[in-house]
Design a protein around this ligand. Sequence first.
Ligand SMILES: [Mg+2]
Ligand SMILES: [Zn+2]
Length: 284
Amino acid sequence: MTVKPPIAAEMARIVVVFDFDRTLIDGDSDSWVVTQMGLSSLFNQLRSTLPWNSLMDRMMTELHSQGKTVDDIAECLHQTPLHPRIKTVIKSIHALGCDLRIISDANQFFIEKILDHHGLLGCFSQISTNPAFVDDQGRLRIFPHHDLNTPPHCCHLCPSNLCKGLVIDQIRASTTQNEKTRLIYLGDGNGDFCPSLKLVEGDYVMPRKEYPLWKRICSNATLVKAEVHDWSNGEQLEKILLHLINTISTEDNIRSRLSNQLNSSERRISTHEDACPQTLSIPH
Ligand SMILES: [Mg+2]
Ligand SMILES: [Zn+2]
């Protein structure tokens, strides 16, 4: 199915925020590395003893002790499946002028290696995730996004290492006064519920159908102020995302055109702003 390309998103600032695991990529990058690099049994053995974030750091130590290098880990990450339509739509909406972000409980190394491999890293203006670096032994270390030196975030919906809702607050706060931000949030997991609650009227949330975020939104519909559009696969994600960006751009162009007409005051306006915006022709 072909999708009409949206017009350039120049009126509102459209910020598209992706969760990473099971949203941008089809699977989970942590689990991918654990299974592909033979760490499943140790992982399962330690699962109940450590927070996820610390457990992944421990897994990297294990790989290092087995003589596996960060290049081996990167090579494994390059094999992570990414839906071709998701790759395409990220490039298209970046070219249209949307501001693309990632908020993820994976880590900086995994995300950057995967995005870079697919030529997508430059499309994102910000990646908020757990920091990672390679120490002088050549071992990959993974740390919490909110570290022990910062005050705890006090959000009961999120794990201690990352409250995604706080990142949404920061994105909203970075908006200048006369610029309206329209947010589109895509996610699948329980950790994506808090940021979904931070969305306001005029924003959109795109939960992956049948996944935990979708279930929580379905059972708490009155708490969510954003318009909800679910998706199941890369084709649907592409189609819906382009449609939403098109809708925002169209609404915004009409609003801008109406205000120009009102300012010129020569003609009486017979078209109501809310009347069938999709059918009006859009000046480019
Ligand atoms: Mg996820
Ligand atoms: Zn939170």
